[in-house]
Design a binder for this molecule. Sequence first.
Ligand SMILES: [Zn+2]
Ligand SMILES: [Zn+2]
Length: 113
Amino acid sequence: MSDLITWVALLVFWAMLFAVHLRDSRRALRVVQAAQQAAAVPPPSAALCGCNHHLAFHDRENSRCHAMVEVAVKFQEIPSKTGITRLPLEYKERQCACRRYIGPEPLPTIYAE
Ligand SMILES: [Zn+2]
Ligand SMILES: [Zn+2]
């Protein structure tokens, strides 16, 4: 009978250890996730627009983006089971199609003149 009590006590002990371990690993996971989220958000000083170009590329007057981007202009069409796959053959430099800067506004202290 005392054997059974020992086993139950041991079992409860292990269950408690496991619970603590689970809680700690969950907490560690949350810390990692928070760190990943912080890393994914660019710092406010990185004034990046939705078109992936910096604020400096955007016109001060009309806000259009003047950065050059590579656009595929020639394709090779390859028939496949799921349809036609278009392989880009030739690229040309074009002005970015972005019309308005939508990124975060830079801190006024940086751009104060
Ligand atoms: Zn833009
Ligand atoms: Zn752009």
